[in-house]
Design a protein around this ligand. Structure first.
Ligand code: TXA
Ligand code: MG
Length: 353
């Protein structure tokens, strides 16, 4: 099928285009759309057959549940059987925004999208195109990130087109995503709120609302031994086409560690690509050609790095490197989300600087 790409830069002025997109969703088709985190691949969340097309287009394992995108509180009540106290507080503090809440589900939500779980992930995006699309569709929109399963999530409409051309009828282009990493997933059903996937709403921000001691990180995210509670977190993910190794540690030791590892790999006959901060790349100009570099922003500027990492990883699709080295960041604050994605993109291969 032909994939149409429509630029939406004025939600109010482009009501007709959004109405048509909502109509496509209602009729059981798949539409890609921007959110403030990453682009989503949306279908009617109450229609199991429509959602099957999402799995098909992504090549996604069928046991990996989809999250539902809603425009307002009454849509949450439509799909969630209850809203526990902690979830209520998080809703008030962070919604709409880059957070997904795991809630007990209603039976109206098809088994096909929850992977048979008794819960459902619910997210209220803030992006005006996402909100307008959900409103136009009039139904909760099930949407995973709009990448082929296992690839870095798309943060531009062009990246969606790269993965989805010919597979879906429509992509709404709303420009680059602000945050660049997927929403924080929080299971607030139990005694403590559990972060199942770190994101732009950090542990520190959750603690401010729920109290320190009431927020924990799913232990499976820090070790790789136990099984994560978000089914999707167990898969290799966000991976560029060439294998990536991270260099982690103190910023002051980075350049030396990169130089050593680059020399070793080049001596072994490899063409080395490097994804790193502006500051580190500057110091490598004599041994790495510009076209094999991806600059992810200034060292320590975490919001910009988060917004750039997926595009930086994807940029190696068109570069000749057969091995990649990437610079790690701190794991504090937003760094937890960044390092989670980088560890997964690298299959946990890393070198200590
Ligand atoms: O920012 C985002 O969350 C983006 C945008 C498009 O909204 N969406 C996104 O969806 O990242 P996806 O499908 O790529 O990631 C959702 C994650 C998966 O790891 C899935 O396993 C997990 O949420 N998940 C979904 N339902 C769940 C549930 N009931 N319990 C635990 N984890 C769940
Ligand atoms: Mg995803």
């Amino acid at each position: 099928m032909e994939t149409k790409l429509i630029k939406i830069d004025n939600v109010k002025g482009q009501r007709d285009a959004l109405h048509a997109a909502g109509e496509l969703i209602r009729s059981g088709e798949v539409v890609a759309f921007p959110t403030e985190t990453v682009y989503g691949l949306g279908a009617n969340g109450l229609d199991a057959d429509a959602c099957a097309k999402i799995y098909q287009a992504k090549g996604r394992p069928s046991d990996n549940p989809l999250i539902l995108h809603v425009a307002n509180r009454s849509m949450i009540d439509q799909v969630a059987a209850a809203i526990p106290d902690k979830a209520e507080k998080l809703l008030a503090a962070f919604c709409p925004g880059p957070i997904t809440l795991i809630l007990p589900r209603r039976s109206l939500v098809p088994d096909r999208i929850t992977g048979g779980l008794s819960t459902v992930g619910v997210r209220m995006p803030e992006h005006d195109v996402a909100r307008a699309l959900i409103a136009a569709a009039g139904v909760p929109i099930a949407a995973p990130s709009a990448n082929i399963s296992g690839r870095p999530s798309p943060t531009t409409a062009e990246a969606v087109l790269t993965d989805m051309d010919g597979k879906i009828p429509l992509i709404l282009d709303g420009g680059s995503c602000d945050f660049g990493v997927e929403s924080t997933i929080v299971d607030a059903v139990g005694d403590k709120a559990v972060i199942l996937r770190p994101g732009a709403i950090t542990k520190e921000m959750l603690e401010e609302v729920l109290g320190a001691g009431n927020v924990i990180i799913d232990p499976a995210l820090v070790g790789k031994d136990s099984v994560p509670r978000a089914p999707g977190m167990k898969y290799t993910h966000y991976a560029p086409k060439a294998p990536l190794t991270l260099i982690e540690g103190m910023p002051t030791r980075m350049v030396r560690a990169f130089r050593q590892e680059i020399s070793r790999l080049q001596a072994a006959g490899h063409t080395v690509g490097v994804m790193a901060s502006h500051e580190v790349l500057q110091e490598l100009a004599d041994i790495v050609p510009r076209e094999l570099m991806a600059d992810y922003g200034h060292q320590g500027k975490l919001p910009a790095i988060a917004a750039n990492i997926y595009e930086a990883l994807r940029s190696f699709d068109d570069k000749e490197a057969d091995v990649l080295l990437g610079e790690g960041t701190t794991a504090a604050g937003l760094g937890l989300a960044i390092m989670n994605r980088l560890h997964k993109a690298s299959g946990f291969r890393s070198i200590q600087a």
